[in-house]
Design a protein around this ligand. Structure first.
Ligand code: SAH
Ligand code: SF4
Ligand code: F3S
Length: 470
C-alpha cells in the first residue's frame, strides 16, 4: 500500500523564490554585496540540504564566506547522530557571540537534525540568545520566508514543525564541478534502536523517478562526472510511490543517460539489498563497483537488540553474492562499538566478521546514547574506558586490512576520476578509483574532471599514490 504523500506544490516554492527576490532588493539597497556563511555538520544528506540553503541565499544576492566575522547571515546546519556532533555545534554556536558583537545586525540561524529535537530547540531558546532563527529539516523549503520574518520583525523565530513532504524546485548551489550529491529520498523507516535519524528526519519519502532522472540529466549536461544518489536507505527507494520503479530500476534509468560519468549511492541497508541490485550494478557500466553496507555489529544477539532485521549469516551471504557479481567490488561499512550490554563475546564476533569480509574501509563509532531512542533505556554495565579499548582494537584491525588492501593495488594501472587539488606540492591532485579509493597524483590541474589511467606506485592505510600514464 503506498502511503499518502504530501507534496509541496511548485507554486509554494515559487512563492519562496519571490521572497528571495524581495530580500535581494532589501539587502542590495546599501550597495555592498552581503555575505553568508553556511556551516554544515553530519552526513551527505545535510551537505545536500546546505546546497539548497546556498541556492536560496544566492538568489537573495548573498556571496559566500567561511569567516563568521565577514558574514551578514550565518547558518549552522546541524547533526544529532552522536553526542559529540551536538557538543561541537553548541560550542561553535556559543562562540558566534563574538562575531555578532563585532557585526551588529548579523543574523544567526541554526537548522538541521539537532534542532528538530524539542529539548535542543528549547536549550537554544533558553541558553543561546545569539541565535535568531531555528528551523528543522522539514521547514527548510521555507527558509526565505523564515529569514524575512526575522529581518522584518526583529524578533526570534522558531519553526520545528513535523510536516513531512517532498519539495521539488528548490534552487541548488553545488560546491564542486566534478562530484554531485543527488537526493533520491528523505527520511527513514527503520528505527534501529540506537538511532535518532527517523525521529528527526521523519518517514521515508521518495522523489518521483522522473524528477530524479531529470536532475541527473541536468548534472551530466553541466559536466558532472560523479553522481552520488543519496538516501538513508536507498534500497527501499520507491516503496512509498507505487510506481513500479525500485532502486535497481532507477540506477538503470540513470545509466541510460548518454555521457561519461559514474553513478554512486549511499547508504544501503543490508536487510533490503537484493540480488537484483547487485546484478544491476554489475550490468550498468556507469555504476561504480562500491557498496557502503553498514553492518553495525557481527553479533546476532546485538543485531537483534539493534533491530537491524538481518543476522551475521545473512549479511555474509549477501557479501558473497555481491562479490560473485562483481569480484572487484569495494565494500565499506559502519560499526558501532559498545552498544548497551555488548560483551567480550559479542565484540569478538564483530572482529571475526571484519576479518571474514575484509572491508576496504570501516567507519567506526563508539555508541552514543540518544534521548528518546529505545537503546537509551537499555541497561549498560560497561564503562566508556572499556568501550575505548574495543574501539582501539577495531581501529587497529580496520587500518591493517585497509593497508593490506591498498598494497594489493601497487604496480597496477587503474582508471581514476581526478576530482580536485590537494594543496600539497608533491602530490598536487586527488582522484578516486571506480570503487572510491583515494589516489594522490602529480599532474596538471587541467586533468580535474577527467577520467585517466594511473599506475599505483605507493600506498598507506588511507590512500594510494600514483603516476599518470600517457
Ligand atoms: N542510514 C545509514 C546511516 C545513518 S547514521 C545506515 O543505516 O547505514 C551513520 C552511522 O552512524 C550509522 O551507520 C551508525 O554506525 C552510526 N550511528 C548512528 N547512531 C549512532 C549512535 N547513537 N551512536 C553511535 N553511532 C551511531
Ligand atoms: Fe538510523 Fe537505522 Fe535509519 Fe540508518 S537505517 S538512519 S542507522 S534508523
Ligand atoms: Fe546527522 Fe541528520 Fe545526517 S542526524 S547523520 S545530519 S540525517
Amino acid at each position: 500500500m503506498p502511503i499518502e504523500r504530501k507534496v509541496i506544490e511548485a507554486e509554494k516554492i515559487e512563492a519562496q523564490r519571490a521572497i528571495c527576490a524581495e530580500i535581494f532588493e532589501r539587502v542590495a539597497a546599501d550597495g555592498q554585496r552581503p555575505l553568508a556563511m553556511v556551516d554544515t555538520y553530519g552526513c551527505q544528506q545535510n551537505e545536500a540540504d546546505s546546497e539548497k540553503l546556498r541556492g536560496y541565499l544566492a538568489e537573495m544576492g548573498y556571496g559566500f564566506t567561511m569567516d563568521e566575522f565577514q558574514a551578514d547571515v550565518v547558518v549552522i546546519n546541524t547533526c544529532a547522530v552522536r553526542e559529540h556532533a551536538e557538543m561541537r555545534v553548541l560550542g561553535n554556536v556559543g562562540a558566534l557571540t563574538h562575531a555578532k558583537k563585532a557585526r551588529p545586525g548579523q543574523i544567526v540561524a541554526v537548522c538541521g537534525c539537532m534542532v528538530q529535537q524539542a529539548h535542543m530547540a528549547d536549550k537554544i531558546k533558553r541558553s543561546y540568545p545569539v541565535v535568531d532563527l531555528v528551523f528543522g529539516p522539514h521547514e527548510l523549503w521555507r527558509f526565505p520566508e523564515l529569514l524575512r520574518s526575522v529581518m522584518e520583525k526583529h524578533k526570534r523565530v522558531f519553526a520545528i514543525d513535523k510536516d513531512e513532504a517532498v519539495a521539488e524546485g528548490i534552487p541548488l548551489r553545488r560546491d564542486g564541478k566534478v562530484k554531485a550529491w543527488l537526493s533520491i529520498m528523505y527520511g527513514c523507516n527503520n528505527f534501529c534502536t540506537y538511532c535518532i535519524v527517523p525521529y528527526v528526519r521523519g518517514r521515508e519519502r521518495s522523489r518521483r523517478p522522473e524528477d530524479v532522472v531529470a536532475e541527473a540529466k541536468a548534472l551530466v549536461a553541466a559536466g558532472y562526472k560523479d553522481i552520488t544518489l543519496l538516501g538513508q536507505n536507498v534500497n527501499s527507494y520507491g516503496k512509498d510511490l507505487d510506481c513500479g520503479v525500485d532502486f535497481a530500476d532507477l540506477i538503470r534509468q540513470i545509466n541510460d543517460i548518454p555521457g561519461d560519468f559514474l553513478i554512486r549511492f549511499m547508504t544501503s541497508h543490508p536487510k533490503d539489498a537484493t540480488e537484483k541490485l547487485f546484478k544491476t550494478m554489475a550490468e550498468c557500466e556507469k555504476c561504480a563497483h562500491h557498496i557502503h553496507l553498514p553492518v553495525q555489529s557481527g553479533s546476532d544477539r546485538i543485531l537483534k537488540r539493534m533491530n537491524r532485521h538481518y543476522d551475521r549469516a545473512k549479511y555474509l551471504e549477501e557479501v558473497a553474492v555481491a562479490r560473485r557479481y562483481m569480484p572487484d567490488l569495494v565494500i565499506t561499512t559502519d560499526i558501532i562499538v559498545g552498544f548497551p550490554d555488548e560483551t567480550e563475546e559479542d565484540f569478538a564476533e564483530t572482529l571475526s566478521l571484519c576479518e571474514a569480509v575484509r572491508y576496504d574501509a570501516m567507519f567506526t563509532f563508539i555508541y552514543s546514547k540518544r534521548v528518546g531512542t529505545p537503546a537509551a533505556t537499555m541497561p549498560d554495565p560497561y564503562t566508556r574506558e572499556q568501550k575505548q579499548v574495543h574501539f582501539d582494537q577495531l581501529t587497529e584491525l580496520a587500518n591493517r586490512i585497509s593497508g593490506e588492501k591498498h598494497r594489493e593495488y601497487e604496480g597496477k594501472t587503474v582508471r581514476v576520476l581526478v576530482d580536485g587539488e590537494t594543496g600539497k606540492e608533491e602530490y598536487n591532485l586527488s582522484s578516486r578509483t571506480n570503487g572510491g579509493r583515494l589516489v594522490h597524483l602529480r599532474g596538471d590541474k587541467s586533468l580535474i574532471g577527467q577520467f585517466i589511467d594511473v599506475r599505483i606506485t605507493a600506498s598507506n592505510t588511507w590512500a594510494l599514490y600514483g603516476e599518470v600514464q600517457e
